[in-house]
Design a protein around this ligand. Sequence first.
Ligand code: NDP
Ligand code: BG6
Length: 535
Amino acid sequence: NNTSSPSSSSFSAKNNPSGTPSSAKLKGYPQCLTITVLGASGDLARKKTYPALFSLWKAGHVPFNTKILGYARSKLELDEFKGKIRLFLKDSSNEKIEHFLSICDYVQGEYSSIEEGPPCFSGLNEVIEQLEREVEVNWKENAFITPSTSAAENKKYKRVVGNRIFYLALPPVVYPSVCAEIKASAMSSTKGSWTRVVVEKPFGKDLESSEKLNQSLSALFSEEQLYRIDHYLGKELVQNLVVMRFANRFISPLWNRDNIANVQIIFKEPFGTEGRGGYFDDYGIIRDVIQNHLLQIMCLVAMEKPCSLSPDDIRDEKLKVLRCIAPVSTDNVVVGQYSTGPHGQPAYVDDPGVPENSMAPTFCTCVMYVKNERWDGVPFIIKAGKALNEAKCEIRVQFKDVPGDLFESRRVQGKQARNEFVVRLQPDPTIFMKMTVKEPGLDMNLAQSELELLYTTRYQRVAIPEAYERLILDCINGDQQHFVRRDELVAAWTIFTPLLKYIDAGGMKPYPYPYGSVGPYEANALRERVGHQTN
Ligand code: NDP
Ligand code: BG6
């Protein structure tokens, strides 16, 4: 028994208060959307996917006639499943939460068919088709079939456009079989409808495995149907990069090797792998956040102005950046692994699932260069680590020294403080510029100060959407700008695969650093060696 029927009430126009049916009306056919979250019993689904769907639904961004189906192997009663989801839905109104949950159902089933047995997603497909039929019936009953409707018109409305999103909140090992099952049994088949498949990182472990995965997925779906999510592309200040760079006159003339000394992209988490050690040990920090999230940010910082805002024009520019980056040289890398902390915090190897002698890096600083006319010689210093002293993710663009230093004789010690342009993604999204000013007072002393745009103060009334909200909405709307294209992925893995192979083969022993520290000292030495200056 692969699937069980959903047991909640039927779904119709009446139980979804958000959205309006107007566009569907105008097109002349009832439309509906089924979002199936595969792996709905898991961590990502509960903590990110459902809360994002809830926020979109509350704000009326989920189309009229949307149903959300959770699918997983776990045998869960519908109420039990909803109880797990409810824990992560935040709203002052319980009624709203319950209302949202009334468009959610749960289907239990496997991820691959057994030999001789029925296709494992055929049951899921039946559930979706049933929902689509209900929309059609409802539409006819409630909206269009009135006594004055002619027989011809009645006939015209006998069709539903059933769109489908499959969100794979699953470990990548099951992607190929799940995708094959979707293709075999659960694609939307109504005229004019679409099917989209959202896949989560990691997309492979290196160039070869990623391409193998890509090949198996692209044999089933077109690139337009595949949405490779990198949730950092949904963060407010990452999305702001394109606007900031290309809508401000004062930034563009400075944004090049003539003025910029180095760019740092920093990701720091104050907690360790905590229970995810099993997954993490196979991947390490480079595959976990650098090859994807931080490299994507680097592309947006470095790319040329796209010829339009169309998703492919932007992705074409990002791809050009990736193709100008040589594979990372082992001389430009420092890796670390956290050891026990001063307050009794555990070492990485204490995490369940991590072998005692693990060499997996939980910290890495690496330096890359973009070999093109704009950036030749400018180091991009990427630093990422778990179990560090703080939570922070920021981009720091450090400018070169001012030539002909007028204030040399006034400096008691050290060099000029450099200008820095900082984009802090989290916590507390902020954009600030570090400037040298005259320290107020009778003396002519210099001081570093900030021109600062703190989002929580400036945009107090605006709730900044979660990355997943934005990206799911983009997927609903068919906008692939903030999703990773296959050729970007190939180029990204090309940059890191030789280094990863070297590390996997034991070529680089991680330096230990205490839990809660700033990371290994050697990383600071590398940063200074390539020209970063601490103000
Ligand atoms: P989980 O380990 O929680 O797995 C999700 C669900 O998949 C489980 O509840 C389980 O459901 C099913 N599952 C687990 N292992 C297997 C297996 N070996 N074979 C078949 N089914 C399995 O993963 P997450 O929810 O944490 O992550 C899902 C995906 O999202 C992964 O690709 C992950 O890398 C990615 N991701 C996760 C993030 C997070 O914050 N958690 C952040 C960014 C990306 P059941 O047994 O009921 O079928
Ligand atoms: C995930 C990584 O992709 O991103 C995690 O697998 C990391 O290890 C997480 O903690 C960070 O995301 P965020 O949005 O919390 O900064």
